[in-house]
Each structure stands twice: as C-alpha cells, then as structure tokens.
Design a protein around this ligand. Sequence first.
Ligand SMILES: Nc1nc2c(c(=O)[nH]1)N[C@@H](CN(C=O)c1ccc(C(=O)N[C@@H](CCC(=O)O)C(=O)O)cc1)CN2
Length: 287
Amino acid sequence: MTTILDGKALAAKTDENTKIEIQDLADRGIIPGLVVILVGHDEASQLYVRNKDKRARKMGIHSVVRNLPETITEEELIQIIHSYNADPTINAILVQLPLPAHINEFHVTTAIAPQKDADGFHPVNLGKLIVNRTEQTPIACTPAGIMKFFKAYHISLDGKKAVVVGRSTIVGKPMAALLVNANATVTIAHSHTKKLSELTQEADILVVAVGVAHFIKAVDVKNGAVVIDVGMDRDAQHKLVGDVDFDEVKNKAAYITPVPRGVGPMTISMLMAQTVSLTKWSSEQNG
Ligand SMILES: Nc1nc2c(c(=O)[nH]1)N[C@@H](CN(C=O)c1ccc(C(=O)N[C@@H](CCC(=O)O)C(=O)O)cc1)CN2
C-alpha cells in the first residue's frame, strides 16, 4: 500500500501552529515582518511571491513585497538589502531565486544579515547546519519542510540509505546535511554521477531535485522506498509535473509526494514558521 504524502494538509496544520505563535507575539505587541524581494518578471517567481505575500498577510505577518526591475545592478540590490537589515519592522528577508544572470547569487545571499535570513542560505547559517548546531538557526525552507513530512508520517531515518539527487544550495546540500544529522547514510548525486540508477535503486529515502520532468522512473526506485519529489516542471502539454514519474513510481514506493500539493505548499509554510522564529529569536536577544 502506498501512502501519498499530503503537502496541502500538512501545510495547513503547520500554519495553525504558526498562527498560535503569531498570536503569542501579538499579545506582547510584536508583529513579525517579512520582506520578499523579487527582481524582474519571471512568471513562476511572481506566482510564488504572490502566494507568500497572501499567506503571510492572512496569518497576521507584516508582509512587504519589493518588486525591482530586471536592470537593477548588484550594488543597488545589495544597498536595498542593507536597508532592510537595518529596518526594525523587518525580521525576515528573502530574495526570490533565480536572479537575473548579471547578479551574483552568493553576493546577494551573503548581504542578508544572518539573523534575518529567511531562507537559511547565508554561509553562517549553512555552516551551523553542517556542524549540527541548529538552535536559533534558519534552515532552507524546502528541506526543512521535507523533514516535517518524515516527522508527521513517522518515517524513521536512522541508519537508512538516503540518496539526494541534486546539489543546489536551495535543496540538495541542506537536505543532505539534515539527513546526515538525523543519522541517515547519505549520498549526493548530480549531473556528473556515474550509474545513477544503480545508486537510486539502493535508496530507502530518495529525494529528487533536478528540474527535469519525469527524470526518475519506476526502474530507478527500490520497492518500498520513500520518494520525495522537489521538481516543479512542465510536461509537453504544459502541465505541472515533478522530477519523478508519479504514475509509475507510486506503485513501487511506500511513501511518495505528489506534484502539485506535495513539497511546494510546505516550502511556503516553513517560510512563515521561520519568519516567526527569527522574530522570536531577535526579541529574546534584545531582551
Ligand atoms: N529564495 C528562494 N527562492 C526560491 C525558493 C526558495 O525556497 N527560496 N524555492 C523555489 C520556489 N518556491 C518558493 O520560493 C516555491 C515553489 C513552489 C511552491 C508551490 O506551492 N507549488 C505548488 C504548485 C504551484 C503552481 O501551481 O505552479 C505545489 O507544489 O502544489 C511554493 C514555493 C525557487 N525559488
């Protein structure tokens, strides 16, 4: 029997808990503030930013969307980030990715103050994750959301063989670190990996984040595996699909996330939760 991991339901439950924390803060006169910076007009990014803004407002977060032209320079963007670093009404800063080619992603993510880093992409926060010192540390929202699935569905990771396909800073690397910290034996595979299918066939836990529609087929998956699909791809009919061929793989996996309504909704919920955590940590530090 295959269990479909329901991201929409888990996101709703996560948001309920976050709302309680927002109310606790409101009772103390504190309103969490989130700014999402969008450079250019990428259609998918515009949709994600709109959804983040809608969700934040609905939950009582002070939400700011800063739309910037495609032509903005890296220096101008970094100046704007510095202004939010110094803004006491803003607790969490997120720069929507991808950025236009002329802007260096590393320069931009390192310009965000680590204590306002909504995405957990700052090297200080990634470093804390690597050394497993994650108290009061923001963690990349998609991998953090995936860890919530494991917890909610009582999927044990200890001693399991995990394969993460994809080595991005958004998903692959932080995901691998979280799995190692949970005592899984982890392999990161990527475009230079030889005999990928032999590796994935061994995985008890398979996380796929490559950005290629239906990249993983049933033949690549172990019977009874837990399959987590991070892909947001379009098929030939322009339908939203994942990196995993869901219809094939669902018959082989014990647990599988669908696309849509799998990992995606949890990414936004974790952003809300993390905005609230950053606010709480900063209020604790400021007395
Ligand atoms: N700074 C960041 N940029 C990007 C991140 C990120 O975590 N931080 N992740 C992705 C995009 N993303 C959030 O930003 C995101 C993608 C998808 C979803 C989602 O809910 N998807 C829905 C389907 C939506 C649709 O119909 O197209 C689903 O899966 O059900 C949320 C957030 C890249 N950039």
